[in-house]
Design a protein around this ligand. Structure first.
Ligand SMILES: *Cc1c(COP(=O)(O)O)cnc(C)c1O
Length: 384
């Protein structure tokens, strides 16, 4: 018995997969991005679920992620989205049939050397820098890499890709420039006799917004995980969030009006109320916010306003927990491992009641329960 856990609804993931597939025309490959613990949904079970449902290309950021997938028995192709830095790592990737990316001349030197000494096939994709300015080859570097790697019988340059900086920008011109720059590099390589079969550049946003950018494959993560990315794009189907963080109420206390609640005494009760304790806090991603700088003046003002309204206790802006399906406000400071909520008078909650919490999908949860919501609903409907 857990007192906190995450429920992942596999049917929600599959429904999102159907949505993504409906966007793609027949020859376009889907590369399912399952990095970062499949965006919080459990990398291994999510990837195996997708593979069972016909997905055969995957991408992750790091070698250790790819190795974990292989060890779990994933058969499909796995592409790395960051460079391998050490010889040892390249050797591991070759050994486990993992596809590397080449993002700098040094990556190519390493790939060349290790694959020769190991005498084993090594699949690579070239990553082209077109404007994200994270990592990637310039057109000239790509040409040199092709020249040197084509001398190596063990290396197969299977793919070439780039990554968009802001495909959801209201003004699509930067994305279109990136696309053109990518195509120029592809064409240049072709003109020099290097034909690379799998070209890809579209993330979730570009996949939705720019069908002409689907090319030979799309790399989609966010949509599978049940969210529309931030920005401008069509939203042609309803995505389902597979994620629910749950915890059981472990204590309920009755407190008179005027009592302060929690550390720093930031909250005081206006009326007598019951305060419930949930055994989950910051460490679980409750009330954790991403600390990026605001994207502009308007965004900064919006954020400040939201904070002000939360402080003034406007319920729409207060963090909420659902107990027995009823919204309850989070009160006081969220602790490392506890959260306090004020129970509305009419709510019949007791110690042991289930709550669902607004947790970020950032951390590895204490326990993960895979559920099939459709199945569960069906069973309910049939009265079992
Ligand atoms: C994360 C990532 C993706 C997936 O992007 P989504 O917008 O989540 O679909 C694609 N390509 C690269 C290089 C990435 O790092």
């Amino acid at each position: 018995m857990y007192d906190k856990w995450v429920e992942i609804d596999d049917d929600a993931i599959l429904s999102n997969l159907d949505g993504v597939r409906s966007l793609l025309s027949e020859p376009t490959l889907l590369i399912a991005v399952v990095k970062a613990n499949a965006y919080g949904h459990g990398m291994v079970p999510t990837a195996l679920l997708l593979e069972k449902n016909g997905v055969d290309h995957f991408a992750v950021t790091f070698l250790w992620e790819a190795m974990e997938l292989r060890r779990a028995g994933l058969k499909g192709d796995i592409l790395l989205l960051s460079p391998l830095v050490e010889e040892e790592a390249v050797s591991q990737a070759i050994e486990m049939g993992i596809t590397a990316m080449i993002s700098a001349p040094r990556d190519a030197v390493l790939a060349d050397r290790v694959s020769r000494s190991q005498q084993q096939q090594f699949k690579v994709h070239l990553k082209i820098e077109t404007g994200l300015n994270r990592f990637g080859l310039s057109c000239e570097e790509a040409l040199q890499v092709c020249q040197s790697l084509s001398q190596n019988p063990f290396i197969y340059i299977e793919g070439i890709y780039t990554h968009m900086a802001h495909a959801g920008d209201r003004d699509p011109s930067y994305t279109k420039q990136q696309f053109q720059s990518f195509n120029r590099t592809v064409d240049r390589l072709k003109a020099e006799g290097y034909h690379i079969p799998i070209r890809h550049c579209a993330n979730s946003t570009a996949t939705l917004r720019f069908p002409e950018m689907h090319l030979d494959a799309v790399r989609v993560g966010t949509l599978l995980s049940g969210q529309y990315p931030v920005g401008e794009m069509p939203r042609p189907f309803t995505l389902q969030d597979p994620f629910q963080f749950k915890a059981r109420v472990i204590s309920i206390q009755h407190r008179p009006a005027g009592s302060s609640v929690g550390y720093f005494r930031t909250y005081s009760l206006r009326t007598a109320a019951r305060i419930a304790v949930l055994p989950a806090g910051f460490i679980d991603g409750v009330a954790v916010e991403v600390a990026n700088p605001p994207s502009g003046g308007l965004d900064a003002i919006k954020r400040a306003l939201k904070m002000f309204l939360a402080w003034r206790r406007f319920s729409r802006f207060t963090a909420r927990v659902y107990i027995e399906g009823q919204p309850c406000n989070v009160v006081g400071k969220v602790y490392m491992q506890f959260t306090l909520v004020e129970l509305p008078d009419h709510l019949e909650a007791k110690v042991g009641s289930e709550a669902s919490l607004p947790a970020k999908k950032t951390l590895v949860p204490p326990a993960v329960v895979r559920v099939h919501r459709q199945q569960r609903d069906r069973t309910k409907a049939e009265g079992h």
